[in-house]
Design a protein. Sequence first.
Length: 396
Amino acid sequence: MTLEEFQELLSPRGQSVLRSIREHGFTEATFLSVHKKLSKVYPEGLLRRALETELYRQKARNKIEHPDEYYFTKEALEQATPTLISRGRATRFAHYRTVADLCCSVGMDSLELANKAEVYAIDSHPLRVAMARANLRQSSATVTQDDALITKLDHCQAIFIDPDRRPNGSRQKHGEGYSPSLSQIVERFGGKYPLAIKVAPAISWDELQKYDCEAEFVSLNGELKECTLWFGEFKTSPRSATVYPSGEHLQGNDPKPAAIGPIGTYLYDLDPSITRSGLVGELAERLNGWQIDPQIGLITSDTKTHTGFARPYFVESYCDFSLRTIQEMLRSHSVGQVTLIKRGSPVEVNSFQKKLNLQGTNYRHLMLTRCGDKPIAILLREIPSKEFEYAILNQQ
């Protein structure tokens, strides 16, 4: 979409097309049928851009709160921060009166920052600037087209920047491949402002060691989403992890090993923010637990503790890994349906599950993992949240 085409979409006629699309109950599945009906009324180019806009809005519902009046490009939506994460991150900016959101794209982070401070949203791409202005029209944010590395920011007290991680259309693994690059950003802003940089969660620790910052790894619903680098006054520790929707936060210094021991009463399957940040030892302490293998993201404990950083299970049984032994364990617990979970196991799940020949009535999880060099299988019952609520009430 060009800037001129977007301006046409914002016109009264363009808004009329968008209303008509909704009135026809448009979904991705009905794209062709709605297009066929409305092509008799509206010009082809305008209609297709409006259909794509509505399609992006519907896809955005999985990550953006109330997106039905916002505008996106395909790339901008893919790289947009989910609202829960943007809102959580914005709380660190609450102590600053003026904040610059550089490489603001279509303005999704600016929306949340504007609830905490006076925001100056800046991007170099004309179309994204126009979309950001439309998306931020109900907020107090000011949107400007400029280059993040040369724009004047004397009036700003803190900086957030989300550099383009796909400047050539392909995902960049290293910060030096971003636009602007990680080193360029730090060179300009690192010593002058409280600075936060959004980077890909796969960024290497070797690259991060070059910078005096906090690396916060963030997950949403069990999926690792991003990493934020916090510089200057923002830094609270070298590494941290945050999980949403709970918003729980854990921080620490250099990774410390957890104790190693046998399988306990409970097993905690760790969130990727914990393993990626290297905070397994800190979480093990919080859970009064230990690991069964130093290379596997599992913690076991004899204490049942609620945490957003792991999925908890009750350990019903475990055995050495062999098909016959596992079948016997499942039969002894009358298991007729299982969900297989692999943690450090080379087993191909689908083919293995077909060999189990289940005949019971109970449903369980079966963890295929290892303890040292020894492959094992652990029979698990997932602990629902209401059991934690019951336990908390009994303690009060």
